[in-house]
Design a protein around this ligand. Structure first.
Ligand code: EZ4
Ligand code: CO
Length: 412
Protein backbone atom coordinates (compact mmCIF):
# COMPACT_ATOMS: atom_id res chain seq x y z
CA UNK A 1 0.00 0.00 0.00
CA UNK A 2 2.33 2.70 -1.33
CA UNK A 3 1.20 6.32 -1.49
CA UNK A 4 1.45 7.44 -5.08
CA UNK A 5 -0.75 10.55 -5.06
CA UNK A 6 -1.34 13.24 -2.45
CA UNK A 7 -3.64 16.19 -3.11
CA UNK A 8 -4.72 19.10 -0.94
CA UNK A 9 -8.32 20.03 -1.64
CA UNK A 10 -9.83 23.32 -0.47
CA UNK A 11 -13.58 23.74 -0.64
CA UNK A 12 -16.04 26.24 0.84
CA UNK A 13 -19.56 24.77 0.71
CA UNK A 14 -20.97 26.43 3.87
CA UNK A 15 -17.53 27.45 5.13
CA UNK A 16 -13.89 26.66 4.29
CA UNK A 17 -12.50 23.14 4.64
CA UNK A 18 -9.04 21.75 3.84
CA UNK A 19 -8.77 18.04 3.05
CA UNK A 20 -5.71 15.91 2.31
CA UNK A 21 -6.49 13.08 -0.10
CA UNK A 22 -4.06 10.19 -0.45
CA UNK A 23 -4.25 7.56 -3.20
CA UNK A 24 -2.27 4.32 -3.02
CA UNK A 25 -0.80 2.12 -5.73
CA UNK A 26 -3.59 -0.39 -5.09
CA UNK A 27 -6.22 2.26 -5.78
CA UNK A 28 -7.39 3.02 -2.23
CA UNK A 29 -8.25 6.59 -1.26
CA UNK A 30 -7.83 7.96 2.28
CA UNK A 31 -8.79 11.45 3.48
CA UNK A 32 -7.84 13.66 6.44
CA UNK A 33 -9.08 17.02 7.75
CA UNK A 34 -6.57 19.91 7.94
CA UNK A 35 -9.00 22.80 8.49
CA UNK A 36 -7.63 25.63 10.66
CA UNK A 37 -10.36 28.26 10.88
CA UNK A 38 -9.16 31.62 9.50
CA UNK A 39 -5.64 30.32 8.72
CA UNK A 40 -6.64 27.62 6.22
CA UNK A 41 -4.17 28.53 3.47
CA UNK A 42 -1.18 28.37 5.82
CA UNK A 43 -1.91 24.66 6.32
CA UNK A 44 -2.51 24.21 2.59
CA UNK A 45 0.96 25.62 1.88
CA UNK A 46 2.58 23.57 4.66
CA UNK A 47 1.05 20.39 3.26
CA UNK A 48 1.46 21.07 -0.45
CA UNK A 49 4.99 22.51 -0.29
CA UNK A 50 6.58 20.53 2.53
CA UNK A 51 4.62 17.37 3.32
CA UNK A 52 3.23 16.01 0.05
CA UNK A 53 6.74 15.46 -1.40
CA UNK A 54 7.66 13.43 1.72
CA UNK A 55 4.62 11.18 1.43
CA UNK A 56 5.02 9.98 -2.15
CA UNK A 57 6.47 6.47 -2.22
CA UNK A 58 5.90 5.80 1.52
CA UNK A 59 4.21 2.68 2.88
CA UNK A 60 0.75 3.90 3.99
CA UNK A 61 0.57 1.18 6.66
CA UNK A 62 3.31 2.84 8.73
CA UNK A 63 1.16 5.27 10.70
CA UNK A 64 3.29 5.70 13.84
CA UNK A 65 6.52 5.93 11.87
CA UNK A 66 5.06 8.53 9.50
CA UNK A 67 3.84 10.59 12.47
CA UNK A 68 7.27 10.52 14.14
CA UNK A 69 9.01 11.26 10.85
CA UNK A 70 6.84 14.33 10.12
CA UNK A 71 7.03 15.63 13.71
CA UNK A 72 10.76 15.13 14.30
CA UNK A 73 12.25 15.64 10.84
CA UNK A 74 10.78 19.14 10.52
CA UNK A 75 12.96 20.26 13.47
CA UNK A 76 10.32 22.98 14.22
CA UNK A 77 7.86 21.27 16.51
CA UNK A 78 4.29 21.86 17.66
CA UNK A 79 2.05 24.77 16.67
CA UNK A 80 -1.43 24.71 15.11
CA UNK A 81 -0.30 24.78 11.47
CA UNK A 82 2.20 21.94 11.82
CA UNK A 83 -0.09 19.83 13.99
CA UNK A 84 -3.14 20.29 11.70
CA UNK A 85 -1.00 19.22 8.75
CA UNK A 86 0.28 16.13 10.60
CA UNK A 87 -3.29 15.41 11.77
CA UNK A 88 -4.54 15.31 8.18
CA UNK A 89 -1.85 12.81 7.17
CA UNK A 90 -2.55 10.69 10.24
CA UNK A 91 -6.33 10.59 9.65
CA UNK A 92 -5.84 9.71 5.99
CA UNK A 93 -3.52 6.84 6.96
CA UNK A 94 -6.02 5.44 9.51
CA UNK A 95 -8.71 5.75 6.83
CA UNK A 96 -6.52 3.80 4.39
CA UNK A 97 -5.63 1.11 6.91
CA UNK A 98 -9.30 0.61 7.73
CA UNK A 99 -10.21 0.37 4.07
CA UNK A 100 -7.37 -2.02 3.27
CA UNK A 101 -8.40 -4.35 6.13
CA UNK A 102 -12.15 -3.87 5.59
CA UNK A 103 -12.92 -2.55 9.10
CA UNK A 104 -14.05 0.76 10.58
CA UNK A 105 -11.24 2.70 12.28
CA UNK A 106 -12.70 2.25 15.78
CA UNK A 107 -12.05 -1.51 15.45
CA UNK A 108 -8.36 -0.78 14.83
CA UNK A 109 -8.29 1.33 18.01
CA UNK A 110 -9.48 -1.53 20.21
CA UNK A 111 -13.16 -1.80 19.31
CA UNK A 112 -16.21 -0.13 20.81
CA UNK A 113 -16.20 0.73 24.52
CA UNK A 114 -19.84 1.93 24.36
CA UNK A 115 -22.89 1.84 22.11
CA UNK A 116 -22.82 5.52 21.14
CA UNK A 117 -21.45 8.96 21.99
CA UNK A 118 -23.41 11.46 24.05
CA UNK A 119 -23.27 14.74 22.13
CA UNK A 120 -24.06 18.34 22.98
CA UNK A 121 -25.30 21.17 20.76
CA UNK A 122 -25.16 24.97 20.98
CA UNK A 123 -28.20 26.84 22.26
CA UNK A 124 -27.96 30.62 22.35
CA UNK A 125 -29.99 33.79 22.42
CA UNK A 126 -29.84 37.47 23.24
CA UNK A 127 -32.68 37.14 25.75
CA UNK A 128 -33.88 34.42 28.10
CA UNK A 129 -36.91 33.79 25.86
CA UNK A 130 -34.68 33.29 22.82
CA UNK A 131 -32.48 30.94 24.84
CA UNK A 132 -35.49 28.89 25.96
CA UNK A 133 -36.65 28.59 22.31
CA UNK A 134 -33.18 27.52 21.29
CA UNK A 135 -32.88 24.90 24.06
CA UNK A 136 -36.31 23.53 23.12
CA UNK A 137 -35.38 23.39 19.42
CA UNK A 138 -32.26 21.41 20.32
CA UNK A 139 -34.24 19.01 22.48
CA UNK A 140 -36.66 18.49 19.59
CA UNK A 141 -33.68 17.61 17.41
CA UNK A 142 -32.72 14.93 19.92
CA UNK A 143 -29.95 16.72 21.85
CA UNK A 144 -29.70 15.48 25.43
CA UNK A 145 -26.93 17.87 26.51
CA UNK A 146 -26.83 21.56 25.65
CA UNK A 147 -24.32 24.40 25.74
CA UNK A 148 -25.94 27.73 26.63
CA UNK A 149 -24.45 31.05 25.43
CA UNK A 150 -26.19 34.28 26.24
CA UNK A 151 -26.24 37.91 25.16
CA UNK A 152 -25.16 40.37 27.82
CA UNK A 153 -27.07 43.63 28.52
CA UNK A 154 -25.12 46.56 27.08
CA UNK A 155 -23.07 44.47 24.60
CA UNK A 156 -24.13 44.63 20.95
CA UNK A 157 -23.04 41.24 19.66
CA UNK A 158 -21.23 38.33 21.21
CA UNK A 159 -19.58 35.46 19.43
CA UNK A 160 -21.56 32.24 19.77
CA UNK A 161 -24.96 33.92 19.79
CA UNK A 162 -26.61 33.06 16.50
CA UNK A 163 -28.45 35.79 14.63
CA UNK A 164 -32.17 35.69 13.86
CA UNK A 165 -31.32 35.00 10.22
CA UNK A 166 -29.47 31.80 11.09
CA UNK A 167 -32.29 30.91 13.51
CA UNK A 168 -34.76 30.97 10.60
CA UNK A 169 -32.42 29.28 8.14
CA UNK A 170 -31.63 26.45 10.55
CA UNK A 171 -35.27 25.71 11.25
CA UNK A 172 -35.36 26.93 14.79
CA UNK A 173 -31.90 25.88 15.90
CA UNK A 174 -30.04 28.97 16.95
CA UNK A 175 -26.48 28.27 15.91
CA UNK A 176 -24.24 29.55 13.16
CA UNK A 177 -23.04 27.38 10.33
CA UNK A 178 -20.47 30.08 9.79
CA UNK A 179 -19.45 32.12 12.80
CA UNK A 180 -16.39 33.03 10.74
CA UNK A 181 -17.48 35.96 8.62
CA UNK A 182 -16.53 36.13 4.98
CA UNK A 183 -14.45 39.19 4.12
CA UNK A 184 -10.92 40.52 4.25
CA UNK A 185 -10.96 41.63 7.91
CA UNK A 186 -12.19 40.09 11.16
CA UNK A 187 -15.37 41.66 12.54
CA UNK A 188 -14.94 43.64 15.77
CA UNK A 189 -17.18 42.87 18.75
CA UNK A 190 -17.37 44.46 22.18
CA UNK A 191 -16.78 43.00 25.62
CA UNK A 192 -17.32 43.84 29.29
CA UNK A 193 -16.38 41.20 31.85
CA UNK A 194 -18.21 42.74 34.82
CA UNK A 195 -21.55 42.81 32.96
CA UNK A 196 -20.96 39.26 31.79
CA UNK A 197 -20.15 37.94 35.27
CA UNK A 198 -23.29 39.58 36.70
CA UNK A 199 -25.57 38.32 33.94
CA UNK A 200 -24.55 34.70 33.25
CA UNK A 201 -25.66 33.18 36.61
CA UNK A 202 -29.14 34.71 36.19
CA UNK A 203 -29.45 32.99 32.82
CA UNK A 204 -28.43 29.58 34.20
CA UNK A 205 -30.86 29.98 37.07
CA UNK A 206 -33.67 30.64 34.58
CA UNK A 207 -32.67 27.75 32.32
CA UNK A 208 -32.46 25.29 35.25
CA UNK A 209 -35.87 26.42 36.51
CA UNK A 210 -37.37 26.00 33.06
CA UNK A 211 -35.75 22.72 31.98
CA UNK A 212 -35.20 20.94 35.30
CA UNK A 213 -32.21 19.34 37.02
CA UNK A 214 -31.51 16.47 34.61
CA UNK A 215 -30.32 18.07 31.36
CA UNK A 216 -26.52 18.45 31.22
CA UNK A 217 -25.77 22.17 30.62
CA UNK A 218 -22.43 23.53 29.43
CA UNK A 219 -20.99 27.00 29.02
CA UNK A 220 -17.99 28.45 27.11
CA UNK A 221 -16.25 31.53 28.57
CA UNK A 222 -13.97 31.64 25.52
CA UNK A 223 -10.66 32.53 27.19
CA UNK A 224 -11.95 35.92 28.35
CA UNK A 225 -11.45 35.85 32.13
CA UNK A 226 -8.57 36.35 34.54
CA UNK A 227 -7.99 33.49 37.01
CA UNK A 228 -9.81 35.22 39.85
CA UNK A 229 -12.75 36.15 37.58
CA UNK A 230 -12.91 32.55 36.38
CA UNK A 231 -12.90 31.34 39.99
CA UNK A 232 -15.74 33.71 40.77
CA UNK A 233 -17.80 32.57 37.76
CA UNK A 234 -17.27 28.89 38.58
CA UNK A 235 -18.42 29.55 42.13
CA UNK A 236 -21.50 31.53 41.11
CA UNK A 237 -22.53 28.76 38.68
CA UNK A 238 -22.22 25.92 41.23
CA UNK A 239 -25.94 25.96 42.17
CA UNK A 240 -26.83 25.21 38.50
CA UNK A 241 -24.70 22.05 38.30
CA UNK A 242 -22.88 22.64 35.02
CA UNK A 243 -21.51 19.68 33.08
CA UNK A 244 -18.55 21.97 32.41
CA UNK A 245 -17.25 25.51 32.21
CA UNK A 246 -15.05 25.78 29.12
CA UNK A 247 -11.96 27.92 28.44
CA UNK A 248 -12.44 30.02 31.56
CA UNK A 249 -8.93 31.53 31.20
CA UNK A 250 -6.46 31.81 28.29
CA UNK A 251 -4.93 28.49 29.18
CA UNK A 252 -1.49 28.84 27.66
CA UNK A 253 -0.71 29.76 31.27
CA UNK A 254 -1.41 26.30 32.70
CA UNK A 255 -0.64 27.42 36.27
CA UNK A 256 -3.61 29.83 36.25
CA UNK A 257 -5.94 26.88 36.58
CA UNK A 258 -4.57 26.13 40.08
CA UNK A 259 -6.15 29.31 41.37
CA UNK A 260 -9.49 28.57 39.67
CA UNK A 261 -9.50 25.03 41.07
CA UNK A 262 -8.91 26.21 44.63
CA UNK A 263 -12.19 28.11 44.56
CA UNK A 264 -14.73 26.09 42.62
CA UNK A 265 -16.08 22.58 42.04
CA UNK A 266 -17.59 23.52 38.67
CA UNK A 267 -15.94 21.06 36.24
CA UNK A 268 -13.45 22.66 33.83
CA UNK A 269 -12.85 21.91 30.16
CA UNK A 270 -9.82 23.26 28.30
CA UNK A 271 -7.87 22.69 25.13
CA UNK A 272 -9.59 23.49 21.82
CA UNK A 273 -6.60 25.64 20.84
CA UNK A 274 -3.97 23.26 22.26
CA UNK A 275 -2.08 21.11 19.82
CA UNK A 276 0.19 18.66 21.65
CA UNK A 277 0.38 16.72 24.90
CA UNK A 278 2.90 19.31 26.12
CA UNK A 279 0.15 21.96 26.31
CA UNK A 280 -1.64 19.66 28.75
CA UNK A 281 1.30 18.37 30.75
CA UNK A 282 0.79 20.37 33.95
CA UNK A 283 -3.00 20.63 33.94
CA UNK A 284 -3.39 16.87 33.53
CA UNK A 285 -0.69 15.92 36.04
CA UNK A 286 -2.08 18.33 38.66
CA UNK A 287 -5.69 17.41 37.80
CA UNK A 288 -6.56 21.03 37.07
CA UNK A 289 -9.15 20.14 34.40
CA UNK A 290 -11.89 17.55 33.98
CA UNK A 291 -12.21 17.42 30.17
CA UNK A 292 -9.74 17.56 27.28
CA UNK A 293 -11.20 19.77 24.52
CA UNK A 294 -8.77 18.99 21.70
CA UNK A 295 -10.04 18.07 18.27
CA UNK A 296 -8.32 15.27 16.35
CA UNK A 297 -7.81 17.82 13.56
CA UNK A 298 -5.82 20.27 15.69
CA UNK A 299 -3.83 17.86 17.83
CA UNK A 300 -1.79 15.80 15.43
CA UNK A 301 -4.48 13.31 14.49
CA UNK A 302 -5.81 10.13 16.07
CA UNK A 303 -2.32 8.87 16.91
CA UNK A 304 -1.39 11.86 19.07
CA UNK A 305 -4.77 12.70 20.62
CA UNK A 306 -5.13 9.06 21.73
CA UNK A 307 -1.85 9.45 23.62
CA UNK A 308 -3.10 12.66 25.26
CA UNK A 309 -6.34 10.96 26.28
CA UNK A 310 -4.56 7.84 27.56
CA UNK A 311 -2.41 10.11 29.74
CA UNK A 312 -5.55 11.96 30.91
CA UNK A 313 -7.26 8.66 31.77
CA UNK A 314 -4.69 8.00 34.52
CA UNK A 315 -6.17 11.02 36.31
CA UNK A 316 -9.88 10.30 35.59
CA UNK A 317 -9.90 13.17 33.09
CA UNK A 318 -12.21 12.55 30.14
CA UNK A 319 -12.56 13.55 26.52
CA UNK A 320 -14.74 16.43 25.36
CA UNK A 321 -13.54 16.77 21.79
CA UNK A 322 -14.08 20.06 19.97
CA UNK A 323 -16.78 19.68 17.29
CA UNK A 324 -17.84 23.03 15.84
CA UNK A 325 -18.68 23.29 12.12
CA UNK A 326 -15.08 24.26 11.34
CA UNK A 327 -14.09 20.66 12.05
CA UNK A 328 -14.90 19.03 8.70
CA UNK A 329 -17.04 15.88 8.50
CA UNK A 330 -13.73 13.97 8.14
CA UNK A 331 -12.41 15.39 11.43
CA UNK A 332 -15.76 14.69 13.09
CA UNK A 333 -15.66 11.06 11.91
CA UNK A 334 -12.14 10.68 13.33
CA UNK A 335 -13.41 12.06 16.66
CA UNK A 336 -16.28 9.56 16.67
CA UNK A 337 -14.02 6.54 16.01
CA UNK A 338 -11.62 7.65 18.75
CA UNK A 339 -14.42 8.51 21.18
CA UNK A 340 -16.16 5.18 20.65
CA UNK A 341 -13.02 3.20 21.40
CA UNK A 342 -11.40 4.92 24.40
CA UNK A 343 -12.51 4.15 27.94
CA UNK A 344 -12.42 7.76 29.16
CA UNK A 345 -14.88 9.26 26.69
CA UNK A 346 -16.80 12.16 28.25
CA UNK A 347 -18.97 13.96 25.69
CA UNK A 348 -18.72 15.01 22.03
CA UNK A 349 -19.53 18.52 20.78
CA UNK A 350 -21.72 18.24 17.69
CA UNK A 351 -23.02 21.06 15.51
CA UNK A 352 -24.73 19.96 12.33
CA UNK A 353 -23.01 20.88 9.08
CA UNK A 354 -24.94 22.66 6.34
CA UNK A 355 -26.62 20.83 3.45
CA UNK A 356 -23.97 21.81 0.90
CA UNK A 357 -21.25 20.45 3.20
CA UNK A 358 -23.14 17.18 3.51
CA UNK A 359 -23.22 16.89 -0.29
CA UNK A 360 -19.46 17.46 -0.60
CA UNK A 361 -18.70 14.96 2.18
CA UNK A 362 -20.78 11.76 2.07
CA UNK A 363 -20.98 10.50 5.62
CA UNK A 364 -22.01 7.27 7.30
CA UNK A 365 -22.35 8.32 10.95
CA UNK A 366 -25.68 8.00 12.73
CA UNK A 367 -27.44 10.44 15.09
CA UNK A 368 -30.15 8.80 17.17
CA UNK A 369 -31.61 9.71 20.51
CA UNK A 370 -28.90 12.27 21.22
CA UNK A 371 -26.11 9.78 20.49
CA UNK A 372 -23.57 9.69 17.65
CA UNK A 373 -22.04 6.55 16.14
CA UNK A 374 -19.42 6.54 13.36
CA UNK A 375 -21.06 3.65 11.45
CA UNK A 376 -19.60 0.42 10.12
CA UNK A 377 -18.05 1.44 6.80
CA UNK A 378 -14.37 0.52 6.46
CA UNK A 379 -12.01 3.38 7.34
CA UNK A 380 -13.41 6.66 8.64
CA UNK A 381 -16.66 6.26 6.68
CA UNK A 382 -16.52 9.62 4.86
CA UNK A 383 -16.04 10.09 1.11
CA UNK A 384 -15.12 13.40 -0.51
CA UNK A 385 -16.98 14.17 -3.75
CA UNK A 386 -14.21 16.01 -5.59
CA UNK A 387 -16.50 17.38 -8.34
CA UNK A 388 -18.96 18.73 -5.78
CA UNK A 389 -16.06 20.22 -3.76
CA UNK A 390 -14.81 21.98 -6.91
CA UNK A 391 -18.01 24.01 -7.11
CA UNK A 392 -17.09 25.96 -3.95
CA UNK A 393 -13.73 27.77 -4.13
CA UNK A 394 -12.02 29.11 -0.98
CA UNK A 395 -13.44 32.34 0.42
CA UNK A 396 -11.53 34.54 2.82
CA UNK A 397 -13.25 34.37 6.23
CA UNK A 398 -12.20 35.20 9.78
CA UNK A 399 -13.42 34.74 13.31
CA UNK A 400 -14.38 38.00 15.04
CA UNK A 401 -12.39 39.59 17.85
CA UNK A 402 -13.13 41.77 20.92
CA UNK A 403 -12.33 45.27 22.12
CA UNK A 404 -13.20 46.73 25.50
CA UNK A 405 -15.09 50.04 25.77
CA UNK A 406 -11.81 51.99 25.82
CA UNK A 407 -10.59 50.29 22.66
CA UNK A 408 -8.23 47.75 24.23
CA UNK A 409 -8.02 44.43 22.38
CA UNK A 410 -9.28 41.72 24.74
CA UNK A 411 -8.64 37.99 25.01
CA UNK A 412 -10.89 36.06 22.71
O1 EZ4 B 1 -14.44 29.34 18.69
O2 EZ4 B 1 -14.69 26.69 16.40
O3 EZ4 B 1 -16.39 25.54 21.74
N1 EZ4 B 1 -16.36 25.98 20.64
C1 EZ4 B 1 -15.81 27.12 20.26
C2 EZ4 B 1 -15.80 27.37 18.79
C3 EZ4 B 1 -14.51 28.00 18.31
C4 EZ4 B 1 -14.36 27.95 16.83
C5 EZ4 B 1 -12.94 28.28 16.45
O4 EZ4 B 1 -12.70 27.98 15.13
O5 EZ4 B 1 -15.33 27.86 21.09
O6 EZ4 B 1 -16.90 28.13 18.42
CO1 CO C 1 -14.92 26.69 22.90
Amino acid sequence: MIIDRAEVIVTSPDRNFVTLRLTTDDGLVGIGDATLNGRELAVVAYLAEHVVPLLLGRDAHRIEDTWQFLYRSAYWRRGPVTMAAIAAVDMALWDLKGKSLGVPVYQLLGGASRTGLLAYGHASGKTTEEIFDSVRAHQEQGYRAIRVQTGVPGLKSIYGIASNATFEANKGVRYDHEPAQRGALPAQEDWDTRSYLRHVPTVFEAVRNEFGPEVPLLHDAHHRLTPIQAASLGKSLEPYDLFWLEDCTPAENQEALRLVRQHTTTPLAIGEIFNTVWDYQQIIREQLIDYVRSAVTHTGGITHLKKVLDYASQYQIKSGMHGPTDISPVGMAAAMHLGLSIHNFGIQEYMKHGEKTDRVFQQSFTWEDGMLHPGEKPGLGVELDVDEAGKYPYQQAYLPYNRLHDGTVHDW
